[in-house]
Design a protein around this ligand. Structure first.
Ligand SMILES: *Cc1c(COP(=O)(O)O)cnc(C)c1O
Length: 419
């Protein structure tokens, strides 16, 4: 059996000694963790992935926990859910998002998905056509590329500009778009940059998309997770200028990524997506497909309507302090430049100045040696499309952040070029 499987190309990867070729965040983090020195008496620290649910200070609200327990105990939600989700969940999501819009969404605009990633895959599947192409941000979230490749949708990249708060290079968007371009993706608040776009910038994005005749897919999985001077403005605000497909989930704001509850929403007051049949294509893409468990869907109205401001502001205050702490500590490290302090989401993206380091070739080698020598995992920029940058997650408990950034600093000091 084993030899047959090997012959067919099923090779166990076992302990990875070389970086995985796919550079997915998961595989690179796994690779780095496997390279941590077992003899290091210190605890390993990961500032690699953005899942804070394991830390006590980021535990979700008991309102959400009680809503799930109540849904299970009621015994009313043990059956299959209908395609697109149960009505009460769709209605609650429509209400929740309409609070920030100049128009009212209806439950028919909302499709409940198995987390935001499922919504991402569904929209890529719907848009995929043999000739079509989609525009993605660089740096970005690589899973869009994975889905585009697996559904044979051509992808092209536009840059985000670090010196302008990681805004979209709209000239680049115009330059790479052609008559087969169907949509552009924006991620706001931003992963991996921690950026938050202003109303004015979003309005320019809408105008550019309108001019090019393309849809905007707005990944707002970090919606409302903002702690700088700019408020969160959903792209759907510009839905009358250009049709918007809004993607989101409860994974990040409620810190429960394992619950797998997300949404794909047509923020399209002019009804263009309906006319073009895109709304129908979404329905057929979702059927047959996995769906978010019915009892999780049933808990959504209580989760969205009853969670207190106090819960949100507590997590925002922790993230604001963590982002500021991170920025201050990184500023003290000569080989790292931080173009701006994170104002949203859970990450900051910083530039590595390799000319100040000896014996380190690139960001992957930097992260590998860091894991080996300091038992610290951070993410090399190649995983988000920007070589020789680093993505650092600050949504961890304060002691890990302090300890981790201290280790990063001593590592950089030890590898600094001697004058
Ligand atoms: C985490 C993340 C997602 C996935 O969210 P899930 O609801 O856990 O599937 C999507 N987009 C971005 C930018 C993310 O960071």
């Amino acid at each position: 059996m084993e030899s047959k499987l090997r012959k067919l190309g099923f090779e166990g990867i076992g302990n990875l000694k070389t970086p995985p070729p796919s550079y997915s965040i998961k595989s690179v983090v796994k690779f780095l963790k496997e390279n941590i020195n077992e003899d290091d008496h210190r605890l390993a620290i990961s500032l690699g992935v953005g899942d804070p649910s394991g830390f006590k200070c980021f535990r979700t609200t008991n309102i959400a926990e009680d809503a799930i327990v109540g849904a299970v105990r009621s015994a009313k939600f043990n059956s299959y859910a209908p395609t697109g989700g149960i009505l009460s969940a769709r209605r609650a999501i429509a209400e929740y998002l309409s609070n920030d819009l100049p128009y009212q969404l209806s439950p028919e605009d909302v499709y409940v998905t198995l987390g935001c990633k499922h919504a991402m895959e569904m929209i890529v599947k719907v848009l995929a056509r043999p000739e079509a192409n989609i525009l993605l941000p660089r740096p970005g979230f690589r899973i869009y590329e994975t889905y585009a490749n697996s559904h044979h949708l051509e992808l092209r990249h536009f840059d985000l500009l670090p010196q302008k708060g990681w805004e979209v290079d709209l000239d680049a968007v115009e330059a790479i778009a052609d008559e087969n371009t169907i949509a552009m993706v924006i991620i706001n608040p931003g992963n991996p940059c921690g950026s938050v776009y202003s109303y004015e910038h979003l309005s320019k994005i809408a105008e550019t998309a309108r001019k090019l005749g393309i849809l905007v897919v707005a990944d707002e999985v970090y919606g409302h997770i903002v702690f700088g001077s700019k408020p969160f403005v959903p792209m759907g605000v510009f839905g009358s200028t250009v049709p918007v497909i809004t993607l989101g989930s409860i994974s990040k704001r409620w810190m429960v990524p394992g619950w797998r509850l997300g949404w794909l929403v047509t923020s399209d007051p002019t009804g263009l997506l309906q006319i073009c049949g895109i709304a129908d294509s979404i329905k057929s893409a979702l059927n047959p497909a996995p769906f978010s468990p019915t009892f999780i869907q049933a808990a959504v109205p209580e989760i969205l309507e009853k969670t207190t401001e106090e819960f949100f502001s507590r997590t925002i205050n922790i993230l604001r302090a963590a982002s500021a702490f991170c920025y201050d500590k990184l500023k003290e490290i000569p080989c790292i430049t931080c173009p701006q302090r994170a104002e949203g989401a859970m990450f900051v993206l910083v530039k590595l100045n390799l000319s100040l380091l000896e014996d380190i070739e690139d960001d992957m080698e930097f992260c590998l040696k860091l894991a080996k020598e300091e038992s610290l995992v951070i993410l090399p920029g190649v995983t988000v499309g920007l070589k020789n940058w680093l993505r650092i997650t600050f949504s961890v408990e304060q002691s890990s952040l302090e300890d981790g950034l201290g280790r990063l600093r001593s590592f950089c000091g030890r590898h600094a070029k001697k004058p």
